[in-house]
Write a protein that binds this ligand. Structure first.
Ligand code: PLP
Length: 239
């Protein structure tokens, strides 16, 4: 079956809406990031033309040409320009390239990275909204802080004036039965709630970046405010 972008978007919208309904949440509280790492620059452009405004990439080496083709010549804040989200593990030596091009960073997981982002952002005169990545599941293969490190880390971030933590991010293990991811998403929500209750300083840490193609409906039921959707939404191509 050939599935067009229109069909895919419609399918995702329907699932998303149903998940919001089940959780008594409003559709406007959940935003979609179209993860374009598996598709070409042309498909990415077409996704933007179909109204997918937020794009996610996880490796600068792979994203570079795509970013250049789509946003390289655009004026900042130009109408119709997508907003880029960096969702993969970010090497400190790529910060200089990525900051200023990607608006949001979803993978803040160490102080040395915070320092580098803050320094680059200050040079550019911008403030970079970041998600703190937490390894809730404890899988070795996953990046992120251990849950027990989160409070100290959030306190340390207060000294960086050009970086603004706005939420938490996690990746659940792949499960053939998506229901099994629920405890991971729930734990991230509870961490966020505990953090915000601990001090008014953390009031702005309110977003939850969680849920991918396989498990986004569960993530939404557990409070996701940003879902990161690749294969189910824009497909997968040989590129
Ligand atoms: C690839 C990727 C996604 C999207 O994956 P799909 O399963 O195709 O939806 C989401 N988040 C991160 C961090 C990724 O690397």
């Amino acid at each position: 079956m050939i599935s067009t972008l229109d069909n895919r978007i419609e399918l995702v919208e329907e699932k998303l809406l149903q998940a919001c309904k089940r959780a008594g949440r409003s559709r406007e509280d959940v935003q979609i990031i179209a993860v374009t790492k598996y598709v070409s620059a042309d498909t990415t452009k077409s996704a933007v033309e179909h109204g997918l405004k937020h794009l996610g990439e996880n490796r600068w080496q792979d994203a570079q040409a795509k970013w250049q083709a789509i946003s390289g010549d655009a004026a900042p804040n130009e109408d119709g320009q997508p907003v880029w989200h960096f969702i993969g593990s970010l090497q400190t030596n790529k910060v200089k390239e990525v900051i200023g091009k990607f608006t949001y960073i979803h993978s803040l997981d160490r102080l040395s990275l915070a320092e580098a982002i803050n320094k680059r952002a200050a040079q550019l005169g911008i403030v970079v909204p970041c998600f703190i990545q937490v390894n809730v599941s404890g899988e070795d293969s996953k990046h992120g802080l251990e849950p027990g490190q989160l409070f100290d880390f959030a306190a340390e971030l207060q000294r960086f004036k050009s970086l603004k933590p706005i939420g938490l991010m996690t990746m659940a293990p792949y499960e053939s039965e998506p229901e099994r991811t629920r405890s991971v998403f729930r734990a991230l929500r509870e961490l966020r709630d505990q953090l915000r209750q601990s001090s008014p300083l953390y009031e702005e840490i309110k977003h939850l970046s969680m849920g991918m193609s396989n498990d986004f409906e569960i993530a939404i039921e557990e409070g996701a405010t940003w879902v990161r959707l690749g294969s189910i939404l824009v497909g997968k191509e040989e590129v």
